[in-house]
Design a protein around this ligand. Structure first.
Ligand SMILES: N=C(N)NCCCC(=O)O
Ligand SMILES: [Zn+2]
Ligand SMILES: [Zn+2]
Length: 329
């Protein structure tokens, strides 16, 4: 088997030298094809409050230089096990949300040809809609694990349908979600009204609030979520504002009382073995970050997501096809 091209060796080239891709990985054009790609979407035209998430992808890359090749929490060297590459940024129109959404959808679809898995760095939460569309084109309606302070199932803002507060309502309406397996994790804070929760419930979402994580603990939460997901194709969307502003200040709509980065990482690691097919980490807005807190947390989350995908790749390439659509393509 050919050797995978790994990251730049930080014991030879100092990690603060140069300008590299995520985790100092090779660029996709340097390796031709990859089992897992990381791509950025520098877009924040969908935000309702502080702007700046368009600078998120490069901030996460910058903060990812300290990642090392072996992940002890999951006992895996993801870049050895699989070819992982940085596909750069998907260049989207900042003045036309509808066009930006189309660009993201078709780029995500193209990047996931031949079973390649995509981890996307945002960008505001608007981008999860086209990412879910592309995922559903490949796998059919997907289970969704959504980590966020917010529901993001609101209807419109100022009459606009496509915003960072509305992606999952649109996704529900489009029939691209598996409504038996939808969960928000980490929600908290004031809502516009009780109807927000009624609508959300009607779409099929279950809720594990930030307070539930605190009261029940990571293991119980993971067990419940795993039960709900089963072996369905699973998409994970992480809005960094799910973390407390103390852990992730660099974001546009912060809410007090969030989970810690430790809790969040431990929950994500609990999904080993599930049929994860794609993921995003969104809403990193570096202008409000301090000491790269949010960037570091986001880069570690992306690293653990890549690790889960690498483990799943090993499992599936050892026998069965990676997914049902691999048979029909
Ligand atoms: N951060 C995300 N994705 N959504 C927040 C929307 C909050 C609001 O303006 O009501
Ligand atoms: Zn949010
Ligand atoms: Zn969100």
């Amino acid at each position: 088997m050919p050797q995978n091209v790994g990251p730049i060796d930080s014991s030879r080239t100092p990690r603060y030298a140069g300008r590299d891709g995520f985790a100092r990985l090779p660029r996709l054009d340097q390796v031709g094809r990859a089992d897992i790609v990381v791509a950025g979407v520098p877009f924040d035209t969908g935000v309702s409050y502080r702007p700046g998430a368009r600078f998120g992808p490069n901030h996460i890359r910058e903060a990812s230089r300290l990642l090392r090749p072996y992940n002890p929490a999951l006992d895996v060297s993801p870049f050895e096990l699989t070819q992982v590459a940085d596909a750069g940024d998907i260049a989207v129109n900042p003045f036309d949300i509808a066009e930006a959404i189309e660009t993201v959808q078709s780029a995500a679809y193209d990047l996931t040809a031949d079973g390649t898995r995509l981890v996307t760095l945002g960008g505001d939460h608007t981008i999860s809609l086209p990412l879910l569309r592309a995922a559903a084109e490949r796998h059919g309606p997907v289970a969704l694990l959504h980590f966020d302070a917010h529901l993001d199932t609101w209807d419109t803002y100022f009459g606009a349908e496509f915003t960072h507060g509305t992606p999952f309502r649109r996704a529900f309406e489009e029939g691209i979600l598996d409504t038996e397996a939808l969960s928000h994790v980490g929600t908290r804070g004031p809502l516009y009204g009780k109807k927000d929760l009624d609508d959300d419930h009607r779409f099929g979402f279950g809720i594990v609030t930030s307070a539930d994580v605190y009261r029940q603990g990571v293991d119980e939460v993971v067990a419940k979520l795993r039960d709900r997901i089963g072996d369905r194709p699973l998409y994970i969307s992480i809005d960094v504002d799910v973390m407390d502003p103390a852990h992730a200040p660099g974001t546009g709509t912060p809410e007090a009382g969030g989970v810690t980065s430790r809790e969040l990482l431990e929950i994500i690691r609990g999904f080993v073995g599930l049929n994860l097919i794609g993921a995003d980490v969104v809403e990193v807005a570096p202008a409000y970050d301090h000491a790269e807190l949010t960037g570091v947390a986001a880069s570690h989350l992306a690293y653990d997501l890549v690790s889960l995908l690498a483990l799943r790749h090993r499992e599936t390439s050892a026998g069965q096809p990676a997914d049902a659509s691999a048979l029909s393509r």
